[in-house]
Design a protein around this ligand. Structure first.
Ligand code: TNX
Length: 858
């Protein structure tokens, strides 16, 4: 038994380490282990799993003890078999306790229970996380905390890998991956577009130009900042130093100029770049942003071999370029798991390199408030930390495996940006022509603020200042409403009937605006969230009862949108929100439709909840046609927190499907439905399904501002996994946001469109493998993008392999050992007689998840 445990632990740690390079799941010498495994996903409803607690310690475990752990699925407490009990605390936090009959767990002993939970579990992401044991210390009365190791049993049988009996999507095997990769042949360098995102036009000219340290540059007046960025980026990316102003007597090698420095917005983003042996390098922007993008294109033209070398040869070329969409966004949720300032700056720099220009900063949610606000210290002193607590007076309870210690050094659940951090982020973005759109998510997803403002209230009350205590309270102490949010919180919605709620919002928004002013950064829009307000909220709120007594029956969601919109408008800003802010939603949530009452106010919905085959696919077009300016955030194609593939070791959610790197590429904003060919369970969707769905009108078309990639943070535990989830998908997003409408999307028949899409993707996939990813290896110490595991197949004793992004290196072994950076490189079919193990490697010898194919199983 013990041997098996060890084996399981080793495999789990190894699997996670090779997939994502992320944190080690266990400690070296755990006193306790919680082993979890799926028993059966094929039930009529929900699934059954088992939980084994092992005591490796030298002492028996007895008396009062509790193990807390995070688990994403709703556990049916009644179903838990003796002798343990599992009870919901709040959110994803559960409590495991002994029941009568379990007086002690002997040293070396174990106990196993089974239980039912909602939905299914098919990957390590679905397993428990962040377990710790709490015992009372009889002498001091204090709580003793011991971390508990977690082991996740492998998902092997179909009952463990299927999402219920109707799941038609198989686990991604090397054989399946091999067949998929057949449509991505390896191309010659000459057939690969050198610049990403693809410019409007590229004309190759004769000759080349060499760049080396000491490049003389001429910078037109008003472009000083762009000149500085050129010098900085040449140094950082190409190791070309001492870019300097050309002397009057000297011919500059690079010239930056602008048609009109005052042109802003999409018009100012256009540019031309000429590289000519006779004439040097000329970048002419329509506005300052255009000059900046011309510089990015110039750097992009440098081959991976020259990148970072201190010297580069660029082929002569003329490029004319302008973006398709004015809004090219990337979102990052730092509330669920915190990301350091340095990680955010790196992401911003990479966004700018790929010409993305909006950073949607999801700063607040149920599980964390990440921005210091003047005058409201508890928002961050309490709301930015998670750890063990029974009162939440000092910090929030753990979520997403953040563990017992409220310490940013030990857990991704804790951390925040000081005002000066935030101002630095804003300035850094501004220099790169990125507008940061701050999100304050209300009225739902607001638990961190609610708990923090309760702590503030209690503190002031103790200090005897009752009036001040009431000032920014977000929920009524006597609220009797019962509800459960999507993330299983029962107290995460602010009370929209209390005046103190609006005092809070007014204060926070004014302070955020002030920080932008201090940074000299552009702010046009505040994103106010508005998503996923659960059924049942406010029904037991004394404040809402009082309000409806004086005002009559009120539509509370509308009332809230109007009020927050008014607060944002006081600063001359646009109110954005998730799609819900533009919808009329009935109390039972059965009706959700564009609300004409919200039109004409400049409210800007981000349309997200599109699961192919699930019924909301037309919402984006309904809203755009109705007159709302929208940002396409479509979950099924643009949610980068979703897993890349169906595989137990692939991190991420999958509630809106699996988002392989091709998904953002497939999304044609003017013809969304064409990407919806399979439903969640992998069954085909007949094109006729879309026949009667809303078509995009000309007006609707002009209301699509652009597209955005979303990176929700539940699984982004640290910068490595954040980058794994973001890349290469963010590069693909940039292509779809900037490049002109793809030619294939306007072909007559579906078959022609599909063929064109596959061909275009084959070229783009080569770009990733041969140009973009190798450059990311050299970028700022490297970007930890996802390296796709190889596809492989054995047929009649011959093993063949391929990779999704040609250009990456496949290595293999024939002796059943794990392939490393010195294992043989796959260069063509190999005769084999036993198992083959393979991994893909990047230029830094970072390896992908390992795959194994065996003659015997063919
Ligand atoms: C839905 S999308 C959410 C987020 C989650 C995300 C996870 C939206 C507006 N709400 O709160 O983080 O799914 O994929």
């Amino acid at each position: 038994m013990r041997l098996l445990n060890l084996f399981l632990m080793v495999t789990v740690v190894a699997a996670v380490a090779t997939t994502t390079g992320c944190e080690k799941m266990g400690t070296d010498d755990p006193e306790f282990t919680l082993r979890w495994g799926v028993v059966d996903n094929h039930l009529e409803a929900g699934f059954r799993s088992s939980l084994t607690l092992v005591n490796h310690g030298s002492e028996p475990l007895r008396g009062d003890w509790t193990i807390f752990f995070n688990f994403l699925r709703v556990v049916d407490s009644e179903s838990v078999t003796p002798p343990l009990a599992i009870d919901h605390v709040n959110g994803d936090l559960y409590r495991l306790t002994p029941r009568a009959g379990l007086e002690e767990l002997a040293s070396g002993g174990s106990v196993t229970v089974e239980f039912l939970a909602q939905a299914w579990a098919v990957s390590v992401t679905d397993g428990p996380a962040g377990a710790y044991l709490v015992r009372g210390d009889a002498q001091s009365g204090a709580a003793l905390i011991t971390p508990v190791d977690i082991e996740i049993e492998p998902f092997v049988s179909e009952r463990q890998t299927d999402r219920g009996p109707n799941d038609n999507r198989p686990v991604l095997t090397p054989e399946l991956e091999f067949r998929r990769n057949l449509s991505v042949p390896t191309l010659e360098a000459a057939d690969i577009v050198p610049v990403t995102p693809t410019p409007l036009s590229i004309t190759q000219l004769d000759g080349e130009v060499e760049l080396a340290s000491g490049v003389p540059v001429s910078v037109a007046a008003g472009l000083e900042k762009e000149g500085e960025m050129l010098a900085r980026q040449f140094a950082e990316r190409l190791s070309i130093h001492n870019v300097r102003q050309a002397r009057p007597s000297e011919e500059p090698l690079v010239r930056l100029s602008v048609t009109d420095a005052s042109v802003e917005g999409i018009a100012g983003e256009a540019y031309t770049l000429t590289v000519s042996p006779n004439d040097g390098i000329r970048i002419v922007g329509a506005g300052r942003a255009g000059v900046f993008y011309g510089i990015q294109t110039l750097i992009s033209l440098v081959t991976p071999a020259d990148y970072g070398n201190g010297r580069a040869v660029v082929s002569a070329v003329r490029i004319e370029d302008a973006p398709r969409f004015g809004y090219r966004g990337m979102h990052l949720d730092v509330a669920r798991n915190f990301q350091s300032k340095a990680s955010v700056l790196k992401l911003l720099d990479l966004m700018a390199y790929y010409k993305l220009n909006r950073f949607h900063f999801h700063l607040t949610d149920d599980e964390g408030w990440r921005l210091e606000i003047d005058g409201l210290p508890e928002l961050t002193s309490v709301g930015a930390f998670r750890g063990h607590t029974t009162t939440e007076r000092d910090h929030l309870i753990p979520s997403f495996g953040s563990g017992p210690w409220p310490d940013p050094q030990l857990s991704n659940g804790s951390g925040y940006y000081t005002r000066s951090d935030f101002i630095e982020i804003l300035r850094y973005a501004r220099e790169r022509h990125i507008e940061v759109i701050p999100e304050i998510d209300v009225p739902g997803h607001a638990r961190a603020a609610i708990v923090a403002m309760k702590a503030r209230h209690d503190r002031l009350l103790e200090e005897g200042d009752e009036a001040a205590a009431m000032r920014f309270l977000l929920t009524h102490p006597d609220d009797q409403s019962t509800y459960q949010s999507v993330q299983h919180w029962n107290d995460n919605v602010i009370d929209v009937c209390m005046p103190s709620t609006y005092d809070f919002l007014r204060h926070v928004i004014a302070d955020v605006v002030g920080m932008y002013e201090e940074a000299g950064a552009r702010l046009t829009t505040i994103h106010t969230g508005g998503d996923e307000v659960p059924i049942g909220v406010w029904e037991g709120s004394p404040a809402c009862d009082a309000l409806s007594e004086s005002e009559g029956d009120l539509d509370l969601p509308s009332l809230f949108v109007e009020r927050i919109h008014a607060i944002v408008a006081e600063h001359g800003l646009t109110t954005a929100g998730w799609e819900e802010v533009a919808l009329r939603i009935s109390a039972d949530h059965t009706v959700k439709e564009p609300d004409p009452a919200r039109l004409g106010k400049g409210i800007r919905p981000y349309v997200w909840n599109s699961i192919w085959g699930a019924g909301s696919e037309s919402l984006a077009y309904e809203l755009a046609n109705a007159g709302f300016e929208i940002v396409l955030s479509s979950a099924s194609n643009l949610y980068f927190d979703l897993a890349y593939a169906k595989h137990p070791d692939e991190p991420g959610y999958y509630w809106a499907g699996y988002v392989e790197a091709k998904k953002p590429f497939e999304l044609e904003p003017y013809d969304l439905y064409r990407s919806g060919k399979e439903n969640l369970m992998g069954n085909p969707i007949a094109p006729s399904r879309y026949a009667n769905m809303e078509k995009l009108t000309d007006e609707g078309r002009s209301n699509i501002l652009g597209i955005q990639g979303q990176l929700w943070g539940e699984n982004a535990k640290g910068v490595e996994i954040m980058e794994y989830l973001a890349f290469p998908r963010m590069i693909v997003l940039a292509e779809r946001a900037w490049a002109k409408r793809p030619e294939w999307s306007e072909r007559q028949t579906m078959a022609e469109r599909d063929a064109g899409l596959d061909q275009a993707w084959a070229e783009f996939a080569n770009r990733l493998g041969a140009r973009e990813l190798p450059k990311l290896d050299k970028y700022a110490g490297g970007v930890k993008y996802r390296i796709p595991p190889p596809g492989a197949l054995i047929s009649e004793g011959i093993m063949q392999a391929n990779v999704a992004h040609p250009g990456l290196t496949i290595r293999y072994t024939l002796d059943d050992s794990s392939p490393g950076p010195t294992s043989p490189v796959y260069e063509g079919p190999v005769e084999v007689s036993g198992p083959v193990r393979l991994r893909t490697f990047d230029t830094r010898d970072r390896g992908s998840r390992e795959v194994r194919v065996d003659v015997a199983s063919q």
